[in-house]
Design a protein around this ligand. Structure first.
Ligand code: SF4
Length: 313
């Protein structure tokens, strides 16, 4: 499919979010539908936001919004203006223990994937800051460095998704995202500027073991991230099919429920051991999956759901 770009209309840019379950936020603002990074493992095309709007995407020229993920981007029309109106009307603000009232940009797209998207993100952040809201940026692109004048604020934390530090592997699994080495450099520049930072080691490929986690953590700890999130790759459902069709043979090893769970637990133990050895277990925040319930004790699983991060706002 040729790339589709356009706009779409939404009424309320600020949405309540269930991502407090992962310690991420209580609200999200998604500045677009679709994402040009087109990561092969991306779970977003399997979410209701995409699955339940097939007709909407078809009328915009996207025939198969799941399998064509990465080939379309619909910017949300007048989003900053609508966000400002919505905030002005809003009388209550939800602040859960784990979500801390934070607004995440973005959960369903990359807020800095290109200059057009970055412009909307910048305007949205300024509006949220004017209303004294807490903001979590999550991106794979170093473009946020252009917005340091806005993002260097006590109410903003910037996170980069950095599942590994292997540029070659990255071209296979997240072919259109900036290279991991460039993401790491961006984080170091943010650190030098005094930004609040976090890292999402997500999602890790099954071949990563304790030695890899030791090496990886050793490279990001000098950044002094306030929190390090972790989850492994999920190849169940359409993600697995997209990874296999991209030639990622390792996906076959974690496509069954049992294989996925066994790998999850193996990597969970490995990253915890590595973090303990390096003295950063306190900032490691696991993103477990409820479907692990047959494989581990409910205590170990549930301790991570709705758990506040160690970040201090
Ligand atoms: S950057 Fe994030 S939203 Fe975009 S394709 Fe990759 S995982 Fe999905």
């Amino acid at each position: 499919m040729a790339s589709v770009s356009g706009t779409e209309t939404i009424l309320s840019p600020l949405q309540r979010s269930g991502l407090n379950k992962k310690g991420l936020c209580d609200y999200v603002v998604n500045v677009a539908s679709g994402c040009l990074h087109g990561c092969t493992f991306c779970y977003v095309p399997s979410t209701p936001t995409i699955r339940t709007r097939q007709e909407h995407f078809r009328t915009s020229g996207v025939n198969d919004p799941q399998m064509d993920w990465g080939d379309y981007l619909l910017l949300r029309d007048k989003l900053p203006e609508k966000l400002e109106e919505q905030l002005n009307r809003k009388r209550t603000w939800k602040e859960t223990e784990a979500g801390k009232g934070v607004v995440l940009l973005c959960s369903g797209t990359d807020p800095y994937q290109n200059n057009r998207v970055a412009k909307i993100t910048r305007q949205s952040v300024k509006i949220l800051l004017k209303s004294q809201k807490r903001i979590r940026i999550l991106t794979r692109s170093p473009l946020w460095l252009k917005d340091l004048d806005v993002l260097m604020d006590r109410n903003v934390t910037i996170g980069m998704s950095l599942p590994h530090l292997d540029d070659q592997l990255s071209r296979q699994i997240e072919p259109h995202a900036p290279l991991p080495s460039d993401r790491l450099k961006a984080l170091y520049m943010g650190k030098k500027s005094g930004c609040r930072l976090y890292v999402a080691i997500a999602p890790t490929v099954p071949q990563m073991g304790k030695k890899d986690f030791l090496e990886y953590l050793g490279k990001i700890l000098p950044l002094e991230p306030e929190v390090i999130f972790w989850e492994p790759i999920n190849a169940r459902g359409s993600n697995g099919k997209r990874m296999l069709s991209a030639g990622l043979s390792f996906a076959a090893s974690v496509m069954s429920h049992k294989d996925w769970a066994e790998n999850f637990l193996k990597q969970w133990n490995a990253i915890e051991e590595a973090a303990a050895e390096l003295g950063c277990l306190d900032i490691l925040h696991i993103w477990p999956d409820p479907a692990l319930n047959k494989y581990i004790s409910s205590d170990r699983l549930e301790t991570w759901f709705y758990r506040p991060t160690v970040e201090v706002w």
